[in-house]
Design a protein around this ligand. Structure first.
Ligand code: ADP
Ligand code: MG
Length: 305
């Protein structure tokens, strides 16, 4: 309907981070359990390799077309979206601003297919005969991102490269945290170095009321400090002269970490407000907040607050 269409803002990829996130979300939608990301900021090169379901050959020739999605077929589907993608715009958008190559083997087919798109031109399309049975999965390669937008690249300096890579790292870490079932690897391809993604020292939490469920991780203090006597001592030297309770309070103010995963009926929320899905509208927000507050209160009580 009109309201829904109006809510769908125009989509375009405007940063390396956004490109990485879109590709990784596609891998997650394809139920991948391993996702390997290679980024070379000096070459505007991004490669994401997954072991997901792959793309069926019949869908390969739609790759790069706007609104080509396998995730949403009817307007009713919009109310029941369980995938990151549903608009079919990310790959189309990327194909316009880079040299895009998608190599994929679907679990139901023997052959591997490949498509390379540059400037709206389709340069190649499979099938590629496999000498041995290849495992299902997809490789998405983005070369020369923004080559059609030289202005976007002009500002490039050592500083911006480092910052952008740091942003990519953060984005991947967040995706890794909320998808603990998936093994993520991020490689800085310019120096061929793995940027390690270790799991953080977080406590898992869980609460459920009716059809709303919250699970996730809480931590009172920074990513590397555990709550044992040792770390309290360390914290004490950070905040000399404070009592234990004050040290903890101070720590809490300084680096609390909360990662929460809210599960509720798909009809209870609306993700179509913002293409990057940074804004989500919840029907039952007060109820979610109540559940969350009780979870936080309980957690703080357990830690002597
Ligand atoms: P959306 O994710 O919104 O559907 P995209 O442009 O991101 O749109 O992707 C277009 C389509 O390409 C997807 O709907 C999916 O069918 C297919 N696709 C893209 N990446 C992958 C992948 N890594 N694994 C399987 N299918 C993929
Ligand atoms: Mg997508």
């Amino acid at each position: 309907d009109n309201k829904t269409v109006q809510k769908l803002r125009a989509f375009h990829v405007s940063s390396v981070v956004q490109c990485v996130v879109e590709l990784v979300q596609n891998s997650l939608d394809a139920m991948a359990t391993t996702i390997e990301i290679h980024v070379d900021m000096t070459k505007y090169f991004i490669q994401v390799i997954d072991n997901g379901s792959g793309i069926p050959p019949t869908d390969m020739d739609k790759i790069g077309q706007r609104h080509a999605t396998s995730k949403c077929h009817t307007l009713e589907d919009l109310a029941h979206i369980k995938t990151y993608g549903f608009r079919g715009e990310a790959l189309a958008s990327l194909a316009e601003i880079s040299i895009m190559e998608i190599i994929s083997k679907h679990s139901d087919y023997y052959d591997t297919y490949c498509v390379i798109i540059k400037g709206g031109l389709r340069l190649q399309l499979g099938p590629t005969r496999n000498s041995e049975r290849a495992k299902p999965g997809t490789i998405a390669i983005i070369r020369d991102l923004f080559y059609t937008y030289p202005v976007r690249r002009k500002m490039q300096s050592v500083n911006t490269i480092t910052n952008e890579l740091e942003n990519v790292k953060k984005a991947v870490e967040i995706l890794a945290l909320i998808n603990p079932q998936v093994a993520f690897t991020l490689v800085d391809a310019s120096i061929d170095r793995k940027i390690v993604n270790t799991r953080k020292n977080l406590e898992s939490v869980y609460a459920k009321e009716d059809d709303i469920q919250i699970d996730g991780f809480f931590s009172l203090k920074g990513l590397h400090i555990k709550f044992n006597e040792d770390s309290i001592l360390k914290s004490k030297s950070e905040f000399p002269g404070k009592s234990k309770k004050n040290v903890l309070t101070k720590s809490l103010e300084k680096y609390p970490i909360f990662f929460i995963h809210i599960t509720c009926p798909t009809t209870d929320y609306d993700i179509s407000l913002d293409p990057a899905k940074n804004i989500i509208e919840f029907e039952n927000w007060p109820k979610i907040m109540d559940l969350l507050s009780s979870l936080v209160t309980q957690f703080l009580l357990c830690h002597g607050f």
